[in-house]
Design a protein around this ligand. Structure first.
Ligand SMILES: Cc1cc2nc3c(=O)[nH]c(=O)nc-3n(C[C@H](O)[C@H](O)[C@H](O)COP(=O)(O)OP(=O)(O)OC[C@H]3O[C@@H](n4cnc5c(N)ncnc54)[C@H](O)[C@@H]3O)c2cc1C
Length: 412
């Protein structure tokens, strides 16, 4: 791979820079975090407005096909845009699930009429979509989904949905959700699942935000009590829900691998230069320098893995297992950064950003948030299992439920 921009990429980068400079405030420091002083609803509103502005200018969905309102650009252009956007103080990440997971699976599996009705509104941030997969007894193993959709028996052409989802990101702000439900319990666990989309304001849908240690409520419990879903809102065939879900999950892993804030190790290095251990400087301590070196090596290694994945995409090949490895390393590295920053402050490290000031915001967000990244999109253990089985060719885990009807499984 050539690590320099091609002529076209350099021109694209210039165009991104110029547009961003004309439309957004530049960060006052590389680690400035958007939204200080705004509550969650205000940040969400700002994110919608920013998404609308990006969509109008052709930066809302760079790799989407032009026929669907995207730019028809390359994954490299997406990376370039994100690198440049990283220098500006704008809301990022709010549409990762909506535009990065749900809508791409609508592209593949929904009817032309559904795409025509919903894609443009989602792209311009007028609607936000959430992903209703996980349940209290079904997370790593989504084959255990128990929320059920049963065909209406009162003459209506549709389904009645009952059950509960959990950890649904931004459901409290979402207009629509894509839900995975069991439509046949007599089939093996992955075969009796079907996907639907629904308006989150449909009678019988109840959203309860989950308050986190950080004080935020980024995800929710969602309850369904006799929720009517017209059959026209089924996505894919009856029984094809797992196939629809896999499309979304593939996209999730692609986006989670690339979440490293730019030059994070430089922020850590600056903090280390400033910190003292008693009379000595932290930088004089070999153990601290080693942690900084690990951070740098992981961040740089991730960048190289990303380049390898992009090279594969650029040559029309599927990215290899490097993206699974990248997700594990990225989440762990972000967590290590937060731990290092806190350790460097000694007892002061336990203070919140509201007490220490804006510069502490990134550390606080990562301290609370990075652990979740090690769970979302497949826990570390599950990703390692996948790497063990699919990449290293190790013997698979024993699967006693293979081919067994869901209704006969012990936990059902
Ligand atoms: C920030 C965040 C956002 C999320 N957003 C959404 C969302 O928008 N929509 C949604 O549907 N879900 C969402 N989730 C849920 C997420 O997908 C699940 O938390 C995840 O899949 C793990 O499932 P679980 O929590 O049920 O844990 P479990 O599956 O119960 O796992 C518990 C522990 O057991 C381990 N374990 C389980 N099975 C195995 C195995 N076979 N081998 C080894 N170890 C194993 C796991 O690694 C973990 O440590 C989100 C989660 C987070 C943290």
């Amino acid at each position: 791979m050539d690590f320099h921009d091609t002529h076209e990429e350099a021109a694209f980068r210039e165009a991104c820079r110029a547009w961003l400079a004309a439309n957004a405030p530049r960060k006052s420091r590389p680690d400035e975090v958007f939204g200080r002083g705004l509550d969650a609803a205000q940040r969400m509103e700002a994110a919608r407005a920013w998404q609308a502005r990006k969509a109008e200018a052709g930066y809302g969905a760079i790799t989407w096909p032009q026929a669907l309102g995207g730019r028809g650009g390359t994954p490299m252009q997406e990376v370039i845009y994100r690198q440049e956007e990283g220098h500006f103080n704008v809301p990022v990440g709010y549409f990762n699930v909506s535009l990065g997971m749900v809508i791409p699976s609508l592209f593949v599996h929904a009817s032309e009429a559904v795409r025509a009705e919903h894609v443009e509104a989602a792209l311009h941030g007028r609607t936000l979509w959430c992903q209703l997969l996980s349940e209290p007894g079904a997370g790593s193993d989504l084959g255990m989904v128990r929320t059920r959709a049963e065909r209406c028996t009162d003459g209506r052409e549709g389904w009645l949905l009952n059950g509960q989802k959990v950890w649904t990101t931004l459901a409290q702000f979402a207009q629509f959700g894509m839900v995975l439900a069991r439509t046949d319990a007599d089939l093996p666990k992955f075969e009796g699942l079907t996907s639907f989309y629904l308006d989150m304001k449909t009678p019988g849908v109840e959203v309860r935000p989950i308050r986190q240690a950080s004080g935020e409520a980024e995800f929710n419990e969602v309850f369904f009590n006799d929720v009517f879903i017209p059959d026209s809102q089924r996505v894919g065939a009856v029984g094809a829900g797992w196939k629809v879900t896999l499309t979304a999950l593939m996209n999730e892993r692609l986006s989670i691998g690339g979440v490293m804030p730019p030059a994070l190790w430089r922020t850590a290095a600056r903090q280390m230069q400033q910190a003292g251990f008693g009379a000595a400087r932290a930088l004089a301590d070999g153990r601290m320098r080693e942690r900084l070196a690990d951070l740098y090596l992981n961040a740089h290694g991730l960048w190289l893995l990303q380049c390898r994945g992009l090279t594969a995409l650029g040559k029309g090949r599927e990215p290899g297992p490097e993206l699974s490895v990248a997700k594990i390393v990225a989440a762990r590295t972000l967590q290590d950064f937060a731990y290092l920053a806190i350790d460097l402050q000694g007892a002061q490290g336990v203070l919140a950003a509201s007490e220490r000031g804006d510069e502490w915001e990134l550390v606080e967000r990562l301290w609370f948030g990075a652990a979740g990244m090690r769970i979302a999109g497949g826990t570390d253990e599950i990703v390692k299992n996948n790497v063990g089985e699919r990449v290293l060719g190790l013997p698979p885990e024993p699967r006693t439920d293979k081919g067994v009807p869901f209704s006969q499984l012990a936990r059902a």
